[in-house]
Design a protein around this ligand. Structure first.
Ligand code: C5P
Length: 232
C-alpha cells in the first residue's frame, strides 16, 4: 500500500458513481466513498464497487463512545474495505477500541487513519467554538501522536502538514492528503492546497482528489495526470 491516487467519489447516487467509473474502462482507481453516497445508497454500494475490483477508502469519520465505535467498526470491516477513518478527537481509548473492532477473524484488518482537525476548522474557530487555545499545528501534531499511540496507521491531513507528521510520527505513519489541485485548476472551497507533484515531493503517501478529476472534461486524463505527477 502507499503512493496512490484516491478519487473522492462525491456523488449522491449509484447511477452517477457507476457512470463515472465506467469511463475508466480497464483501469481500477482507488475510490473514496463518503457519507453522502454511503447514506444514500447504503452498504451495498461498497460491496458493488469492491466487486468491480476497486480498492475502497470508506470515509465515515466515526466519533462516539468506544463501545459503539468498536461495534460499528466490526460491521464496516466485514465490507472488505481497504481504508477507513475516525476522529482523533474521540480520544486514545476510542481509537484503541476501533482497532479492536476492525480486526477480522483471520487476523487481517483495514488500514485505520484518524482525522486530526478538519481543514475547514481554523485556529480562530478552534478558540471560539471549541475553547482550544493552542496553535492549530500543535493540536494537529498532538492528535497525530495520539493516533500513533493508539496503534493507528496514519492520519488524514493537509498536504502542508504531511512532512511534519512524518517528522513527529515516523516515515511509516501514513499521511493521506486531500486539498490537491493542479497548478491550472479551480480552487473551489479548498484553501490550503498543493499540486500532486509537490505532494509527492513532501512525502505524502496517498492523495485524495475530488473535483479536479470528477468535474474535469476528461476525468480519465485528469486521473492519469495525477498518477504521472504523484506516482510515476
Ligand atoms: O473536490 P476535492 O478535491 O476538494 O475533494 C476532497 C475530498 O476530500 C472531499 O471528499 C472532502 O470531503 C475530503 N476531505 C477534505 N479535507 C479534509 C478531509 C476530507 O477535503 N480535511
Amino acid at each position: 500500500m502507499g503512493k496512490d491516487v484516491i478519487i473522492a467519489c462525491d456523488f449522491q447516487s449509484k447511477k452517477e458513481v457507476f457512470e463515472f467509473l465506467d469511463k475508466f474502462k480497464g483501469k481500477k482507481p482507488f475510490v473514496k466513498i463518503g457519507m453522502e453516497l454511503f447514506y444514500s445508497e447504503g452498504p451495498q454500494i461498497v460491496r458493488e464497487i469492491k466487486k468491480r475490483g476497486h480498492k475502497i477508502f470508506l470515509d465515515l469519520k466515526l466519533h462516539d463512545i468506544p463501545n459503539t465505535v468498536k461495534k460499528s467498526m466490526a460491521v464496516l470491516s466485514k465490507l472488505d474495505i481497504d481504508i477507513c477513518n475516525l476522529h482523533a478527537g474521540g480520544t486514545i481509548t476510542m481509537m484503541e477500541a476501533a482497532l479492536e473492532g476492525l480486526r477480522r477473524s483471520d487476523g487481517t484488518r483495514p488500514i485505520l487513519i484518524a482525522v486530526t482537525q478538519l481543514t475547514s476548522t481554523d485556529e480562530e474557530t478552534m478558540k471560539r467554538d471549541l475553547l482550544i487555545s493552542e496553535p492549530i499545528e500543535k493540536v494537529v501534531m498532538h492528535y497525530a501522536k495520539n493516533a500513533k499511540k493508539a496503534g493507528l496507521d496514519g492520519v488524514v491531513c493537509s498536504p502542508l502538514e504531511a512532512e511534519k507528521v512524518h517528522e513527529f510520527c515516523g516515515k511509516d505513519f501514513l499521511t493521506v492528503t486531500p486539498g490537491i489541485r493542479f497548478v491550472d485548476s479551480e480552487l473551489g472551497d479548498q484553501k490550503r492546497i498543493m499540486t500532486p507533484k509537490d505532494a509527492k515531493k513532501i512525502g505524502s503517501d496517498y492523495i485524495v482528489v475530488g473535483r479536479p478529476i470528477t468535474a474535469a472534461l476528461d476525468p480519465v486524463a485528469a486521473y492519469m495526470r495525477c498518477i504521472e505527477e504523484f506516482v510515476d
